[in-house]
Design a protein around this ligand. Structure first.
Ligand SMILES: Cc1cc2nc3c(=O)[nH]c(=O)nc-3n(C[C@H](O)[C@H](O)[C@H](O)COP(=O)(O)O)c2cc1C
Length: 200
């Protein structure tokens, strides 16, 4: 890690203006994603997270799928703006798609019926942890990235395009690339109101 952990946490931002130049080698990106999924905590160590790393042409194919899907749904007058946004993502270097394996969630529900209603929620929390590790690590490598959610609109097309298991539920798309523009300044609500320290 190039930065101290807490500094890396603070430096991770949503970067929307991205380019195709390699910000980290694709091997390194794959290594980061494997590391995150290997070590992210999960309920009962169920390891329900799955990921697909798309680079180059498959990355562009994903954003073509998103655009084609939205074409039929977004009103014509708003579509120009939508198309611009999607082409900005397509201009990046790659996308990490995060999934949660529902077969794992169902198996937990059968084995631990007492917590059955909690497992879908725990699975999403665990996914968030894996996503955060990847996002922060890619930022630390010098990549710009933003987290997108075109699921569930694109779920069927994505599964068909890459022949993915039907139990994999798409959760998010982290699109990354070289940093073209620094993020805007971020405002913070007072942290004293948000964190209570009780006791010494
Ligand atoms: C669970 C979650 C969902 C988000 N969904 C989206 C999204 O669909 N599209 C998007 O552009 N940003 C999305 N974001 C990014 C947030 O808008 C962003 O993290 C927030 O405004 C703080 O900015 P920062 O990432 O630069 O710190 C999401 C973030 C989180 C944690």
């Amino acid at each position: 890690m190039k930065r101290d952990f807490l500094e890396a946490v603070a430096c991770r931002r949503s970067i929307y203006a991205i380019g195709p130049e390699p910000c980290a080698g694709y091997d390194r990106v794959a290594e980061v994603v494997r590391h995150a999924l290997l070590h992210a905590p999960s309920t009962f160590n169920s390891q329900s997270a799955r990921a697909v790393v798309l680079t180059l042409e498959p990355h562009r194919r994903l954003w073509d799928i998103v655009l084609d899907t939205l074409k039929g749904l977004v009103p014509e007058d708003a579509f120009r703006q939508t198309a611009l946004k999607i082409s900005g993502f397509r201009a990046g270097a790659g996308t990490v798609m995060f999934f949660e394996d529902q077969a794992v969630v169902r198996d937990l529900q059968e084995r631990y019926p007492l917590y059955a209603d909690k497992f879908p929620e725990f699975s999403l929390q665990s996914s968030g942890m894996a996503q955060f590790i990847v996002w922060t690590a890619l930022s630390d490598e010098g990549c710009g990235a933003s987290l997108q959610h075109y699921n569930p609109l694109i779920d069927e097309a994505v599964a068909a395009e890459w022949n993915l298991p039907s139990s994999w539920r798409l959760i998010s798309q982290l699109v990354f690339g070289s940093v073209r523009e620094a993020p805007l300044q971020k405002s913070f609500s007072p942290i004293e109101d948000r964190v209570l320290v009780i006791g010494e």
